[in-house]
Design a protein around this ligand. Structure first.
Ligand code: CA
Length: 225
């Protein structure tokens, strides 16, 4: 599912954007402050970011600058206010992909979003079967994973564990269930082995600000999406 991060402090504008993007079939994550938005984009892979320039906490420019410096390559559409001509140039220099001036029509924004997604979606990823889990972008069909467009190595077992957790996301998955589904009945390693795999997966999926694979003590694990 295509995921869009929206960072905008005006509540009416934010909820309008989120509702309409969700209606269009996008998954939406949002923040109302620049600093929170930066954390959100660092800890969650996404396909596109809509970033307001005037934000509390950290300006949209600073968010963009710091995001690019830390390797977030996701395309960004800046929201600028009327008359901020200089800002547009600065935004593009800092690495924005496009900008749109408020007030704008929803139709125009959606057209820009689609144009950017068409331009940036990798031809072989096709968008289908590609999902975002934490900072990781994963395709279970091709056993490929990446972070900020850079390949991340996952073993076959790691893929299978992640896929099983994903299929049962937001539910508790016991160690026995993982052992049965991933290792099968013929060869069952100790549940300690499962824990070790989970530790490695966490390093690839989670950041300190955003934890997706949680331990449910006495039961097993849960993938929170
Ligand atoms: Ca604003």
């Amino acid at each position: 599912m295509t995921r869009i991060i929206v960072i905008e402090d005006e509540p009416a504008m934010l909820s309008g954007l989120c509702d309409n993007l969700e209606f269009e079939g996008y998954e939406v994550l949002s923040a109302q402050r620049g600093d929170d938005g930066l954390k959100l984009m660092k800890s969650n892979a996404s396909d596109l970011i809509i970033l307001d320039v005037m934000l509390p906490g950290l300006s949209g420019f600073d968010v963009l600058k710091q995001a690019r410096a830390s390797g977030v390559n996701t395309p960004v559409i800046l929201l600028t206010a009327k008359g901020e001509e200089l800002d547009k140039v600065r935004g593009l220099e800092l690495g924005a992909d496009d900008y749109i001036t408020k007030p704008f029509s929803l139709r125009e924004l959606l057209a820009r979003i689609k144009a950017i997604l068409r331009r940036t979606s990798a031809p072989n990823s096709g968008g289908h079967g590609t999902i975002h889990i934490g900072k990781l972008t994963v395709c279970f069909d091709t056993f490929e994973a990446s972070e900020n467009n850079k390949p991340v190595k996952l073993s076959h077992k790691e893929f299978e564990i992640l896929q099983h957790l994903y299929q049962r996301s937001n539910q508790i998955v016991t160690r026995d269930e993982l052992l049965d589904n991933v290792w099968g009945l013929d060869y069952q390693p100790s549940s300690r082995t499962v824990d070790n795999f989970i530790v490695r997966l966490r390093q690839k999926v989670d950041t300190k600000d955003s934890v997706h694979i949680i331990t449910v003590h006495g039961f097993g694990y849960k993938l929170i999406l």
